[in-house]
Ligand binder design. Structure first.
Ligand code: BT5
Length: 322
């Protein structure tokens, strides 16, 4: 009922009277009034004028299922969409759906995560409605070694969507953190379920800081949000739809591995290139200069003797960026 009323308001050119809505839906004016009130309580601004009826003024800026479903035009990613008010971790929730056979491209998104996960057992923190937290399940027809570029490609998609949507100068900290200046605005956690030679599914968990005005003390020096950087409030639904659209573009155009144009674009936006980096090999810590990113997504680091070392996983510390 609420959705039907919303659809009418979205498609109306200006005011629609309560009478018109009740006739179109075959319900009482009282029922229309109730539906309008519950839409208002969800954050929709609806003007009501006695002689004219109702007019949709603005949408809630936080994640809202109806609004998001209206915005997503993808064929695969987000075609099946689950929006939750609160969940432990969208990745864990989607993993359970993945094990039960959910379709390629399923997206789970939540207004709040109570135990959001970072990589290597770390925590991802975001308060309710202040950030976008979602996970995408992909079922590539490939072996684990053939999909090593999935994570950097997701980083590229999030980075370019944020650049276009917010006009911020977002860059990528290899392999897939999205940064503005030297602070992180988005992070990605990739998890996979695979047999030795076949991937069952990949889950890309993506957190984007949108409306935070501050961060807990321990991460304040390295975290930022779209609001802090631009001073503007963006609609989380439009931003998420834009990111999902970009993910679909990137993954349908690349078949999950770097194409020459995707790797060129990745290198152009990679803030790690040209910087001094250090990483662990066994028990040793090695330093060098990041010189490029290979077509498989590996970081190419030049060591002091001029040799090139390829880094494909693990933690890399970048001088000058958190
Ligand atoms: C990441 O890990 O950056 C991956 C973050 C993935 C989050 C998404 S949200 C949807 C999905 N469901 C989940 O449960 N997770 C995914 P990592 O590179 O390990 O960074 C984690 C570190 O970043 C933490 O140890 C903090 O230092 C810092 N951090 C935590 N919350 C942050 C935030 N909101 N913004 C910036 N930095 C943060």
């Amino acid at each position: 009922m609420q959705k039907n009323v919303l659809d009418i308001l979205i498609n109306a050119d200006g005011f629609v009277s309560g009478q018109e809505i009740s006739e179109a839906l075959g319900v009482s004016r009282q029922a229309v009034w109730k539906a309008v009130n519950s839409l208002k309580s969800e954050g929709y601004k609806i003007e009501s004028v006695t002689s004219k009826g109702y007019r949709l003024v603005s949408y809630p800026s936080h994640i809202n299922e109806k609004r998001l479903k209206n915005l997503i035009k993808n064929r695969i990613i987000g075609k099946k969409l689950i929006v939750l008010d609160s969940v432990g971790s969208t990745n864990d929730y989607l993993k359970r759906l993945g094990n039960d056979g959910c379709e390629n491209g399923t997206v789970v998104c939540a207004r709040e995560q109570t135990s959001g996960k970072g990589r290597l057992g770390r925590k991802w923190q975001s308060k309710k409605d202040s950030a976008i937290a979602f996970s995408v399940l992909l079922r590539p027809n490939a072996s684990p070694s053939e999909i090593s570029s999935v994570t950097p490609l997701a980083g590229l998609a999030v980075c370019t969507a944020l650049r276009d949507f917010t006009e911020l100068d977002c860059l990528i900290k290899w392999p897939n953190d999205v940064i503005v200046g030297n602070k992180k605005i988005a992070g990605i956690l990739t998890e996979m379920s695979a047999e030795f030679d076949a991937v069952e599914y990949v889950i890309l968990g993506i957190g984007i800081n949108v409306s935070q005005t501050s961060f807990p003390e321990e991460i304040a020096y390295k975290a930022t949000s779209v609001l802090l950087e631009t001073g503007r409030h963006f609609d989380q639904n439009e931003l998420l739809a834009c990111v999902l659209h970009r993910l679909e573009d990137v993954f349908t155009q690349t078949n999950l591995s770097f194409t020459p144009s995707a790797s060129d674009e990745y290198r152009r936006l990679c803030a790690t290139i040209g910087r001094t980096v250090s990483f662990k090999r066994g028990t040793r810590r090695i330093s060098g200069t990041a010189v490029s990113v290979s077509d498989k997504g590996e970081l190419e680091v030049m060591l002091s003797d001029g040799s090139i070392c390829l880094v494909n996983s693990g933690e890399v510390t970048v001088q000058g960026i958190y």
